[in-house]
Design a protein around this ligand. Structure first.
Ligand SMILES: *[C@@H]1O[C@H](CO)[C@@H](O)[C@H](O)[C@H]1NC(C)=O
Length: 360
């Protein structure tokens, strides 16, 4: 029976791929999302803006093109294949915080969209990177606690940083006399909170800095729970800002259910390695399948604009108390690691990216 199903499935796959597409991965999208995509009205012009979750670092075949690392496996190009607008613009950029995303809106890469899909705020104040370094590279309980508190403070500021970005997008639309549809997709909780460590991805052997996602402890109040709750808070704040401005919030999180770290050693739709210049080496960024979950979230929100308005709330107790000078001290080593290993390279890349994207 299983054999038969497999046989039939691959025969259908072969047929579809011969007729419609060269890349078997387009077939994957057609099979999974084709019928949902068919329910979305035709948009003439689609633009994707945002951070690395939109540029798609490492989603397919290496980093992706140029300093911004725009990747063909990211949700944007795949939405383009599914929705076939007349024009598709891809301005998202790895490492972009909200001010950089505002610059994307003003750049020539932005095009003339009526549908805008985006991710934003994860790079604000370097919040995610501090959590990843403290909790997955240093693997220090006290630094991880401090990084979680730091991220919680950054999350509180999200609505205030998003308001001017949303305004810029709307002003551009108004100037062009367009009625815009704007979809802001959130982030995904990284962990299955309760599964045994044996279900987590193994520590990578040949990758540097000792990254190990299975260090984080399981159970309520454990480090997996803390990291998940950071993401829940960020999502809730994005949702708050989006609702305030009449923007569609799309919750990607539920589409990762069963595909988080520790949902089985090989089941995660998030990358668990860290290696420069390699596919699947961009720690805690969606894999090709993870970007499929983003495609799913965007389509779902377009078909049922109200249905994904509810992001689950975080548990503030799990995030810990106030961030204070003691926490700042605890993050010293975290910041040193970021400076030494990531920032020099990042700043050089950022300079290239600014030049390439914005011409300054
Ligand atoms: C779509 O974009 C093209 C090229 O930028 C532009 O000429 C056209 O007016 C846009 N159409 C709509 C309906 O937005």
């Amino acid at each position: 029976m299983v054999f038969m199903n497999k046989f039939v499935a691959s025969a259908v796959l072969l047929f579809i791929s011969t007729v419609f597409a060269d890349d078997p991965r387009d077939v994957y999208d057609m099979q999974r999302f084709g019928s949902l995509a068919a329910k979305v009205r035709h948009f003439t012009n689609l633009t994707v803006i945002g951070d690395s979750y939109s540029s798609g670092d490492g989603a397919q075949n290496n980093w992706g093109e140029g300093s911004c690392r725009r990747n063909v496996g990211a949700y944007g190009p795949r939405l383009n294949n599914l929705l076939h607008p007349d024009f598709f613009h891809f301005a998202a950029c790895s490492g972009a915080d909200v001010p950089h995303i505002q610059a994307q809106v003003k750049s020539s890469l932005y095009g003339d969209p009526e549908l805008i899909v985006m991710t934003a705020t994860g790079d604000n104040g370097g919040m995610f990177v501090k959590v990843l370094v403290a909790c997955m590279i240093q693997k220090s309980g006290s630094a991880c606690d401090a990084a979680v508190k730091y991220a919680s403070v950054q999350a509180d500021a999200i609505p205030g940083t998003l308001a001017p970005l949303y305004k810029d997008i709307k002003d551009e639309g108004k100037a062009a006399g367009k009625k815009l549809t704007i979809v802001h997709i959130g982030y995904a909780q990284l962990y299955n909170r309760d599964a045994d460590a044996a279900q987590c991805p193994p520590k990578p052997t040949r990758f540097y800095l000792g990254v190990d996602v299975k260090w984080a402890s399981k159970g309520p109040g454990g480090y997996r729970d803390k990291i998940n709750n950071v993401i829940l808070k960020v999502n809730r704040k994005i949702q708050e800002a989006a609702n305030q401005d009449g923007i569609i919030y799309a919750d990607a999180d539920s589409f990762f259910e069963g595909h988080r770290f520790c949902d089985g050693p090989k089941n995660a739709w998030m990358q668990h390695k860290l290696a420069l210049m390699q596919e699947a080496g961009v720690l805690c960024h969606p894999t090709f399948e993870g970007h499929g979950a983003y495609v799913n979230a965007a389509l779902d929100a377009l078909v049922n604009p109200k249905s994904r308005f509810v992001a689950p709330a975080e548990d503030p107790k799990v995030l810990g108390g106030r961030f204070d000078s003691g926490d700042e001290e605890l993050l010293k080593e975290t910041n040193e690691i970021i400076d030494k290993h990531l920032v020099k390279e990042e700043l050089a890349r950022q300079a290239r990216m600014d030049k390439q994207t914005f011409g300054f």
